[in-house]
Design a binder for this molecule. Structure first.
Ligand SMILES: Cc1cc2nc3c(=O)[nH]c(=O)nc-3n(C[C@H](O)[C@H](O)[C@H](O)COP(=O)(O)O)c2cc1C
Length: 210
């Protein structure tokens, strides 16, 4: 086990995975870390409502999910392109996102099929609408645990757009439109970790009121 500081320092987005399949025990350890992350209490009952759906690459459901996401990206790309025709300034702001949608519609979603496991985390929609923040806490715990275990982890954030897609929800047995979801890919990294991004110094990005 590595220290918390080492896990925080070593955590990286891994986008290429080897064919080696992590054991179910390891994936369960990662889920356990997510299970223990803070959650937004959607009702006064404070009941635990987070769900994890693990889809292995050896299950045909994974490629069906990837195909649905691909189709979704195509529709979203076409709709956004139409909006940009009407409001050209939107094109500048949405350029990177549009490019990602285009890549997904052409090549399929990165992370669904490229890793041995795709995991969806789901929380029922509530008031206030804090589920995506809640899921982000869960993902971060899972990410640090995966790092601790020597596993590679990639956020698959297009999953967040699929919670209202009836075909996607049906395949993973979630009621359509009732949950906020996000996803990640997990496996062993294919190569050495990618280089670290350049971080500014603490003093550059921090304002103190002492
Ligand atoms: C909200 C959020 C969504 C992200 N979505 C994706 C994604 O869909 N696919 C991906 O490969 N990386 C995704 N990332 C990872 C970032 O690109 C990455 O964390 C950043 O480039 C820094 O690199 P590092 O994670 O290796 O430190 C996402 C990160 C955040 C915080």
């Amino acid at each position: 086990m590595i220290t918390l500081d080492q896990a925080i320092l070593n955590r990286r987005s891994i986008r290429q995975f080897s064919n080696e399949i992590p054991s179910k025990d390891l994936i369960e350890s990662v889920i356990d870390a997510g299970r223990l992350a803070p959650f937004a209490a959607a009702s006064s009952s404070n009941k635990y409502v987070r769900k994890f759906i693990v889809v292995s690459r050896s299950n045909p459901v994974l490629m069906e999910l990837a195909e649905i996401v691909k189709k979704h990206a195509q529709k979203a790309f076409e709709e956004l392109s139409k909006q940009i025709e009407v409001v050209p300034e939107l094109g500048v702001k949405a350029k990177t996102f549009l490019g990602r949608l285009e890549m997904t519609m052409k090549k399929g979603p990165l992370g669904i099929g490229s890793a041995p496991y795709y995991i969806v985390v789901a929380e029922p929609k509530g008031i206030p609408d804090a589920q995506m923040q809640s899921i982000a806490h869960c993902m971060q715990n899972m990410w640090l645990k995966a790092t601790d275990l020597g596993l590679g982890f990639q956020l698959v954030s297009i999953t967040g757009q699929m919670g209202d897609n009836p075909d996607f929800c049906k395949l993973i047995n979630l009621p359509d439109g009732a949950y906020k979801i996000d996803g990640c890919a997990i496996g062993y990294p294919a190569s050495e970790h990618p280089p670290k991004p350049e971080y500014p110094s603490i003093s550059e990005i921090t304002t103190w009121y002492l």
